[in-house]
Design a protein around this ligand. Structure first.
Ligand SMILES: [Zn+2]
Length: 230
């Protein structure tokens, strides 16, 4: 039985064993998608896709044929702050990857583009999505919940005020945990092993028993990924 659940991790940049963790491994581009697919394991679910930061230099056609081999699609989405590609091209890549997805879960990055990303998910009739490290408007949380989507809470919640505000305003039914492992943030390499501390923080912050919170996150994760316990 898994104890911790990482809904968004760049596992191909880590490639370590994380006992007790069930990890959703996202990709950035064609090469990391191939790498991620090769890492599928009992505790590693695999995602492929082109991240908005790579849209300006990646060919859409390279990744689309890989989608049928993956458990989910990601990391894909929009970034109106840091991506080099124009909005229109980002939207095209995002939508084409969704359309090729055969109803698979979409693991979404949407920095400064939360409303547009949400609108595109709805427009394309996406049933399962995770808005990763959500720091968007809290007014959108009800719509996210209504659509049956999830948000993932990053360990940075222990100090990032905006993320704390999101945690405070979210329904428990949409909460997942993530590490964004493999990504360097403020000079530190993120790893799944930070999730236990994040859960402790979340349980204190929300005033919920830690075991109860862990149970809720586990159920949410299984639901999001259609994961059959076995
Ligand atoms: Zn990421």
């Amino acid at each position: 039985m898994y104890k911790y659940f990482d809904a968004h991790c760049h596992y191909s940049y880590l490639k370590k064993r994380y006992d007790g963790f069930l990890i959703a491994a996202v990709s950035m581009d064609y090469n990391s998608s191939l790498d991620t697919l090769s890492l599928r394991d009992n505790n590693i679910l695999v995602g492929v896709g082109i991240h908005p930061w790579r849209v300006h230099e990646e060919k859409l056609d390279s990744v689309l044929p890989l989608i049928s081999k993956a458990d989910f699609i990601g990391e894909v989405g929009l970034d109106y702050r840091l991506a080099k590609a124009p909005k229109e091209l980002q939207i095209k890549y995002f939508e084409e990857q969704i359309k090729a997805g055969e109803g698979k879960l979409i693991n979404v990055h949407a920095l400064d583009a939360w409303e547009d990303a949400f609108r595109i998910l709805i427009k394309n009739d996406v049933k399962k999505a995770i808005l990763h490290w959500y720091t968007g408007p809290k007014e959108l949380l009800k719509d996210i919940e209504g659509a049956g989507y999830f948000i993932s809470i990053n360990p940075s919640v222990s100090f990032q005020k905006k993320h704390q505000e999101i945690l405070r305003n979210s329904s428990l039914r949409i909460l997942l945990t993530e590490s964004d492992g493999g990504y360097e943030y403020r000079g530190r390499l993120l790893e799944p092993t930070e999730i236990p501390n994040a859960i402790s923080f979340m349980s204190r912050y929300l005033n919920i028993d830690e075991n109860e919170l862990s149970r809720i996150i586990r159920e949410n994760f299984y639901k999001a990924f259609n994961y059959v316990k076995g």
